[in-house]
Design a protein around this ligand. Structure first.
Ligand SMILES: Nc1ncnc2c1ncn2[C@@H]1O[C@H](COP(=O)(O)OP(=O)(O)OP(=O)(O)O)[C@@H](O)[C@H]1O
Length: 629
């Protein structure tokens, strides 16, 4: 077993915390959207005036039928409620009002549905979590030992180098359900938090895996004096024996809280005797899920809840809470912080976290090479097809002017639309996992956002470089080295602005189809004002401002300038004076309302658009992730 000394270098052993809650009610905010009238909000009561206490060294199980409110109560106690929930009453840690920051700082939360980055191996997942969550003074050797010990203790050693895998279409799940649960538990055990919440940890496990997991939880509670609260559907009798206490929940109310024997005695007192051959948990749930026989009559569950609120067991709970509050009033808030070891904890440095988050994202990109390979293959094939269409047409005469502008426009469109639509999926897809990691203190919103963008940038740089190289080579477009480099910079900026715009739309709208519905007309406006279809100086005043938002226009102008500014003689095939003839690159630029002096401005404007889209996207991401978490 790993000792606390090894776990947190320099940090003294934690004494454990007492979690209590008084008159706690939780409501779900339900918005009733109406088509033509103002939408209204109603509140649905999910947890109804509950009071309870859990002391250190105890493993307590919330037992109740499906929909009883187990997950909601646990989320509320752990201060990890979803944004549409409202809480009333108080949650106390060591007798003091718990704040979200304090609770999350000292607790771990194992969710009902596990979520991982499927491309990582079991060992990598734990190593990353250790780097992102443990005290910065934990040495590399200590971290490695901690991970090794956890893998051994939880029977995950045989799959330490196995990829976790991900469920879903086109994905492969490699770890079994039980291994995923144990891995999820291992992640929470890394820092051995004084408070551990596990929402349905045994769901989907066979009885022996469930037993092993609950035994590990019990051992953690006893040996390390941790406070462990789990919710469980229908535990087998061999599991019930392992709980120090059960919290029986029915429709958001507590029907009993205490040891299993006390619960059986309480039930008996209320006229419900558990047959000796029965699993107590099944018996409890059977009564809790009982239905009304008439409108006036109380259900068995309601009777039990009312009886419990008058019982001696409930009074004892109240007395314990009172005594906790009294004890806490004797200490100062500084002493409280010291008690929780909050002030001594030194999390990883901001930039260190950012680096590991970025590294993890890059590993995911590298581990999914087929996605990148398909994208690169698509680019190369398209560049070849476009290049072949223009072969032999890119001459310095009147027909060549149109062909060269066509090639340049292809560069713009190909590096605008596909990256923009591809980016729409990224944040909605990552948001649930981010919300969990954020609540567990793994990363801040800004760290997550920057690491995600930084991991996309290498691909968004490589793709246009390859596309331009193949297209220019096949089509035979000749230009100076300087012009070639500037073209690359313009197109790299273009693709990154497009992706930033896609990300912005994906953070504003909750669904991808809705985002697409708004993005398509926006694209058309940008394309029409890009300079190819209509002379910009002739645009009517009410739409002419759109071109200032059009990165397609800036890129088109920059590419046109670098391609034409050095050209001084364009052949005029016709000698008829009444037909227009472009004699120089300057005249070509003039035809499209472009000016050679705008080159630097185009680059700067592209960069400003890149920053603006990301800043706006981050603001929307901030508020949206708030709602999710
Ligand atoms: N955001 C919400 N809006 C409206 N109702 C909600 C919301 N979240 C939960 N509920 C309702 O609250 C009740 C309790 O839900 P909760 O998930 O806490 O139950 P549970 O006991 O954990 O169920 P299970 O064992 O099936 O996971 C359910 O009836 C559920 O439909």
């Amino acid at each position: 077993m790993i000792t606390d000394k090894e776990n947190m270098a320099g940090v003294k052993r934690r004494e454990g915390v007492t979690l209590a809650w008084r008159h706690l009610s939780v409501y779900a905010r339900v918005k009733n959207k109406k088509l033509l009238a103002k939408s209204t909000t109603t509140y649905k009561k999910i947890i109804d005036d509950v009071t309870g206490i859990i002391e250190p060294g105890n493993l307590v199980a919330i037992i109740g039928a499906s929909g009883a409110g187990k997950s909601t109560l646990m989320g509320c106690l752990a201060q990890r409620m979803s944004g549409d929930m409202v809480m009333e009453g108080s949650v106390l840690i060591n007798g003091r009002q718990a704040s979200g920051m304090n609770t999350r700082g000292i607790s771990g939360f194992m969710h009902q549905e596990d979520m991982f980055r499927g491309a990582l191996t079991v060992s990598e997942h734990l190593h990353f979590l250790a780097r992102l969550r443990l005290d910065r003074r934990t040495s590399i050797a200590q971290r490695a030992r901690l991970v090794d010990d956890l893998l051994r203790q939880l029977g995950l050693e045989h799959c330490r180098h196995t990829r976790i895998g991900a469920p879903g279409p086109g994905q492969r799940v490699v770890l079994s359900g039980g291994e995923r649960k144990r891995l999820s538990f291992a992640g929470e055990c890394l820092s051995y938090p004084p408070l551990l919440f596990c929402d349905e940890p045994t769901t989907g496990l066979d009885s022996s895996s469930a037993l092993a997991l609950v035994r590990a939880l019990r051992a953690m509670a006893i040996e390390r004096r941790r406070t462990v609260l789990i919710s469980i559907h229908q535990p087998g009798s061999h599991l019930v024996e392992l709980f120090h206490s059960v919290l029986l929940l029915s429709q958001g109310r507590i029907a009993f809280m205490g040891s299993t024997d006390e619960a059986l005695a309480f039930y008996k007192l209320n006229g419900f005797e558990c047959p000796s051959s029965y699993n107590p948990a099944d018996f409890f749930i059977k009564q809790l899920a009982g239905s009304k026989t008439s409108l006036k009559e109380e259900t068995d569950a309601e009777k039990l809840c009312s009886s419990y609120s008058q019982s001696d067991s409930f009074k004892r709970v109240q007395d314990k809470i009172e005594s906790e509050i009294k004890k806490s009033s004797l200490s100062t808030s500084q002493e409280f912080k010291i008690e929780l070891k909050l002030e001594r904890r030194k999390g990883p440095r901001w930039l260190t976290k950012l680096f590991w988050l970025w590294y993890r994202e890059m590993l995911e990109v590298a581990r999914n090479p087929h996605v990148q390979t398909i994208r690169l293959f698509h680019k190369i094939v398209l560049a070849i097809v476009v290049g072949l269409c223009f072969t032999g047409t890119l001459t310095l005469d009147q027909k060549g002017v149109q062909a060269i502008q066509g090639v340049l426009f292809m560069l713009v469109t190909e590096n605008t639309f596909s990256p923009m639509y591809a980016a729409l999926d990224y944040f909605p897809h990552q948001l649930p996992l981010f919300a969990r990691e954020h609540a567990n203190g793994v990363c801040t919103r800004l760290q997550f956002y920057i690491s995600a963008i930084a991991s996309m940038t290498p691909v968004l740089t490589l793709e246009p470089v390859i596309f331009i190289a193949v297209l220019y080579f096949i089509s035979g477009l000749s230009m100076s080295l300087n012009a070639y480099i500037l073209s690359n910079i313009a197109v790299i900026l273009c693709i990154n602005v497009s992706a930033a715009c896609g990300i912005f739309f994906s953070t504003v709208f909750t669904s991808i189809p809705v985002a697409m519905a708004y993005l398509v007309p926006f694209d058309y406006c940008l394309m029409i004002t890009s300079g190819l279809f209509v002379k910009l100086s002739t645009l009517p005043w009410h739409v002419s401002w759109i071109r200032y938002l059009s990165w397609m226009m800036y890129t088109n102008e920059a590419l046109s300038i670098v391609s034409w500014q050095q050209v001084s003689n364009i052949t005029c095939e016709t000698h008829r004076a009444d037909l227009p003839c472009l004699n120089s690159g300057e005249e070509v630029l003039e035809k499209y309302s472009f000016s050679a002096s705008n080159l630097n401005c185009d680059f700067i404007n592209l960069f400003i658009l890149y920053l603006t889209f990301h800043i706006l996207a981050f603001i929307f991401f901030f508020f949206r992730s708030n709602r999710v978490s």
